[in-house]
Design a protein around this ligand. Structure first.
Ligand SMILES: *Cc1c(COP(=O)(O)O)cnc(C)c1O
Length: 393
C-alpha cells in the first residue's frame, strides 16, 4: 500500500526544490552568446549577487557545482606550498581542505567536533602561534550540511583579528546563502563561495564566488591560477570571457528568475521564513527525541542551523524511516554522511520551502515513526504547529 501518489516533496539538504517559475524560465531556445539579451542577464545576475553576498567586491559566475567554487577560490588566491588552516566542524570544510591538498597546498586541520561549532578561541590560539605568518588562508563553512551546525562567522573574524593575523578569511556559504544572514563586507570576509542548488533554488550547475579587496590583491601573485578559473581572464571585455567559454544560458535564465523570487520576497523575510520553519522542525524533533531513540546531532541549540537539521538515531535504523517516508508517503528525507554516515537523518529546510511542505514532511515522518513502532514522544507535529502559531498569532 502506498500513499505516495501526488506531488513529491524533496526535503534533502541539496539539491533543493526548484520553483516552477524557475524551471519554466529555462524552457526557451538557445540565444546568441556574443550580443543581445544574454549580456543583460549576466550583468543583472552579477549585480544582484553582490546584494545577496552583501559585498561591494567582485562576483564571478562559474559553470560548476560547489566543488568548482572551492577550486576557484583556492586557485585564484594561493600559491603552491602555501599553508591553509581548515576549521573543522563537519564534512565540508574538510572536503575543501582535501581539495587544497591536491592542489599542492599544505593543509592543517584545526581539530573540531562534529557536534559543535568551531571554537573562536581555538582559532585565535592557533593563529597567534603562527608568528611567521605561514598560514595564508583560513577556510570555514557557515553551515555544515553534514553536521547541521552553523558557525558564527563574525566571531571567527574577531578571533582572527584578536591574533593580529593577516590570513585570508574564506567562507563556504553553499548551504546557507539566502537562508540565514550573511554580510560579506560587514563581517570582514575576504572570499565567499556558494552554489546555485541549495538556498538559491536553482538547478545544480552554477557556482558563485565573491572576492573582496584582499582576495583580489592576493590574486595578483597567486601561482595556482589555471585558465578555466582565472579571475583576470574572466574580467575581460568579451562576454564569453566571463564564463571562459559558452555561458550556461539556460541555467542563467533559471538563476535570474530565482533571484527575482528571492529579492522579491526580500532577504530579511527569507531569513525569517527559514528561522520560523527551522524552529518548527526543531520543536517537533525535540518532542520525538523524548522517546529516547533519537537526538540532535548538534548539542547546543544555539548552534543548530536554520537550513538543515541533523538527527542521530541510535534507537532505530534510519534507513527504514527514510524508505517509509519515500515509498509510502512520497517525501524524501536525507540520510547522514561522512563520519556519521548511516547513523541518522537529515532534513533539508532551505530554499523554496513553505509551511505545508515542512508540516507535511513532519507529518509523514511522524506517521512513519508510528507505523514502524519506533519509540518517540507524542505530539511532535503539534509542537511544530504551536511554534508557528506562537510566532504568527
Ligand atoms: C553541498 C555543499 C558543498 C558541495 O557542493 P557541490 O555542489 O555538491 O559540489 C560544499 N559545501 C557545503 C556546505 C555544501 O552544503
Amino acid at each position: 500500500m502506498t500513499l505516495a501518489k501526488g506531488r513529491e516533496f524533496l526535503m534533502i539538504p541539496g539539491p533543493t526544490n526548484v520553483p516552477d517559475e524557475v524551471l519554466r524560465a529555462m524552457h526557451r531556445p538557445a540565444i546568441d552568446i556574443y550580443d543581445g539579451a544574454l549580456l543583460d542577464v549576466t550583468d543583472t545576475c552579477l549585480a544582484d549577487l553582490k546584494t545577496v553576498f552583501g559585498t561591494e567586491g567582485m562576483p564571478f559566475i562559474y559553470a560548476a557545482n560547489g566543488h568548482g567554487a572551492w577550486e576557484a577560490a583556492l586557485s585564484n588566491t594561493l600559491s603552491r606550498g602555501d599553508t591553509v588552516l581548515v576549521l573543522d566542524s563537519g564534512r565540508f570544510a574538510r572536503g575543501w581542505g582535501e581539495m587544497a591538498a591536491k592542489l599542492g597546498l599544505e593543509v592543517e586541520v584545526l581539530a573540531g567536533d562534529w557536534r559543535r561549532s568551531v571554537d573562536p578561541q581555538a582559532v585565535t590560539a592557533r593563529l597567534a602561534a603562527d608568528t611567521a605568518g605561514t598560514i595564508k588562508a583560513v577556510l570555514v563553512v557557515q553551515v555544515d550540511t553534514a553536521s547541521g551546525v552553523i558557525n558564527d562567522i563574525p566571531a571567527l573574524r574577531r578571533a582572527i583579528d584578536a591574533a593580529g593575523h593577516t590570513a585570508l578569511f574564506m567562507v563556504d556559504t553553499i548551504a546557507s546563502l539566502g537562508c540565514v544572514p550573511f554580510e560579506m563586507d560587514a563581517w570582514g570576509v575576504d572570499l565567499t563561495v556558494t552554489g546555485a542548488q541549495k538556498g538559491l533554488m536553482t538547478p545544480p550547475g552554477l557556482a558563485f564566488v565573491a572576492a573582496g579587496t584582499r582576495a583580489m590583491a592576493a590574486h595578483e601573485s597567486a601561482d595556482l591560477v589555471t585558465f578555466y578559473w582565472d579571475w583576470t581572464f574572466r574580467q575581460g571585455s568579451e562576454h564569453y570571457q566571463k564564463y571562459c567559454g559558452t555561458p550556461p544560458e539556460h541555467l542563467l535564465y533559471a538563476f535570474r528568475q530565482a533571484l527575482d523570487i528571492l529579492l522579491g520576497e526580500g532577504l530579511e523575510a527569507a531569513h525569517r521564513r527559514h528561522a520560523l520553519l527551522a524552529g518548527a522542525v526543531r520543536a517537533c524533533l525535540a518532542v520525538w527525541a523524548e522517546g529516547g531513540a533519537m537526538e540532535f546531532n548538534i548539542l547546543d541549540p544555539r548552534e543548530r542551523s536554520d537550513s538543515v537539521t541533523v538527527m542521530l538515531t541510535p534507537g532505530f535504523d534510519p534507513k527504514a524511516l527514510k524508505t517509509f517516508c519515500q515509498q509510502t508517503c512520497g517525501v524524501t528525507i536525507g540520510g547522514t554522511i561522512g563520519e556519521i554516515g548511516g547513523q541518522g537523518i537529515r532534513i533539508g529546510h532551505m530554499g523554496h520551502v513553505n509551511a505545508p511542505m515542512v508540516l507535511g514532511t513532519l507529518g509523514a515522518m511522524e506517521l512513519g515513526l508510528a507505523a514502524l513502532k519506533i519509540p518517540h514522544g507524542r505530539g511532535g507535529l503539534q509542537a511544530a504547529i504551536d511554534h508557528l502559531a506562537a510566532a504568527l498569532g
